[in-house]
Design a protein around this ligand. Structure first.
Ligand code: HAM
Length: 420
């Protein structure tokens, strides 16, 4: 056995999977750029306080899953478990003009129990829009996530949405919930029996059967929303209706981060295991900039896991023929200098081209040409060099095996013609 393997819960993404990875990333970036979002690249690690304050000191992500470490200067740092906190920290630091619409693609690190679709390093694409509490911005963000997933071809998708209220109405609801849980504590799951009082809202999000049963009798936040939050939520739903985006309201969609206010949403894939079927999720976080020392600035965004999207795509039969391949393969029987010069020339002319190395036999080079997926093989032997021509052999398509010789001067034009 090799002495080293990728750490548990991490994976190497090799071609052809990486070609699908890149494809999804490109589709995402095109879509969000078209909607006015600019790329933000921020460090993969931050002062631990950035995450503790944003996500919440007693959230599962902070207490159980964070990769924390001291650097050699004694600073307490953490690898980012998600994208929002860093983007908001960057906003507070640089104070760009609002509305500030940012997108990102980043690895994220969480010490979770590894399984299919749940990793210790996963990759997220996401957006964050800061500087407006207009409910139409919530709609824009949700529409971006929905459009991105559907445009990839995913069909089995369910969008759930909820409102978490704000600082005006949530405290009142929380004390109602507290009172309810206090008299029903025996009905909670084992873990929440110990911890519910720290953050009673977390019980609503619990996936264990006793809590699921109990919450169905708990007071509903929907009924305690203040007028502003109720109006905001109604306008968000109206916007989704207007854009033809289907959703289901879910009173228990609380999500695992403390920063959310008002809208929260999540998209689940029907073809993934229920325990990790979320392909994207997000919401509004109108108090987060202040928690990180900035001026009051509302914000809304989402993150979507690339690995989950690829798993869902695979289960739905998508992304089949994306494997990366070249169009042209140069077979050199004269020692390699011809291949060196021709690949350079062809690549310069915009043709995707590869070659063999190590002066291998014609048979070996043709086998490699075939494996490369190339449509055209260019064969150069002594005879071709003397006559200043190249032999073109079609490896694929209706004319497979067709062979001809072309003067070097006409080579690029002829290859382009054959490929079209
Ligand atoms: P999140 O729901 O924790 O939200 O993660 C976003 C997405 O990342 C999930 O829907 C899922 O697709 C993927 N994901 C999360 N954890 C894992 C994992 N361990 N393995 C594989 N995929 C995973 C956030 O991170 C928020 N920052 C989203 C947000 C942005 N809210 C507002 N703005």
């Amino acid at each position: 056995m090799n002495p080293f393997q990728a750490p548990a819960g991490t994976r190497d993404v090799l071609d052809p999977e990486s070609a699908r990875f890149a494809f999804v990333l490109e589709r995402f970036s095109k879509r969000v750029r078209r909607a006015g979002y600019g790329l933000v690249i921020s460090p993969m690690f931050e002062d631990l306080g950035v995450f503790n304050r944003s996500i919440g000191e007693d959230s599962e992500v902070v207490t159980k899953e964070m990769y924390e470490f001291d650097d050699k200067g004694g600073r307490r740092l953490a690898l980012r478990p998600e994208g929002t906190a860093s983007v908001v920290r960057a906003f507070v630091q640089h104070r760009p003009q609002i509305p500030w619409k940012a997108w990102y693609a980043t690895p994220a690190f969480r010490y979770e129990r590894p399984q299919a679709g749940r990793y210790r390093q996963h990759h997220q694409v996401g957006v964050e829009a800061l500087g407006s509490d207009d409910p139409d911005l919530d709609v824009e963000v949700i529409a971006l996530l929905d459009g991105y997933l559907r445009d990839l071809g995913l069909r089995s998708l369910d969008l759930r949405i909820n409102s978490m209220g704000d600082l005006a109405c949530r405290p009142g609801y929380e004390s109602d919930l507290r009172a309810f849980l206090e008299v029903n504590v025996d009905g909670l799951c084992k873990e929440h029996r110990e911890t519910w009082h720290r953050n009673p809202m977390r019980v609503l999000d619990c996936k264990r059967p006793p809590c699921i049963e109990l919450r169905s009798r708990a007071p509903r936040l929907r009924e305690s929303l203040c007028d502003d939050c109720a109006r905001h939520f109604a306008r968000v739903l109206e916007g989704l209706d207007a854009l033809g985006i289907r959703y289901e309201q879910d009173d228990f969609l609380v999500r695992g981060f403390d920063y959310y206010t008002r809208t929260t949403f999540e998209v689940a894939s029907g073809v993934l295991d229920a325990a990790q079927n979320a392909v994207g999720g997000g919401g509004r976080y109108d108090g987060l900039t202040e928690l990180l020392g900035g001026p009051p600035t509302p914000g809304v965004g989402f993150g979507s896991g690339i690995e989950r999207v690829l798993l869902a795509g695979e289960a739905e039969g998508l992304f089949g023929d994306l494997d990366s391949h070249v169009d042209v393969f140069v077979v050199d029987l004269t020692g390699g200098a011809q291949a060196r010069d021709l690949t350079h020339l062809l690549r310069g002319a915009g043709l995707s081209t590869d070659r063999a190395f190590d002066d291998r036999s014609m048979k070996a080079q043709l086998r490699q040409a075939d494996r490369s997926g190339a449509t055209v093989a260019l064969i150069v032997g002594r005879d071709e060099v003397e006559r200043d021509v190249v032999t073109i052999k079609l490896l694929r398509g209706t004319q497979a095996h067709h062979q001809e010789q072309t003067p070097r001067l006409d080579l690029i034009g002829r290859v382009k013609e054959l490929l079209s």
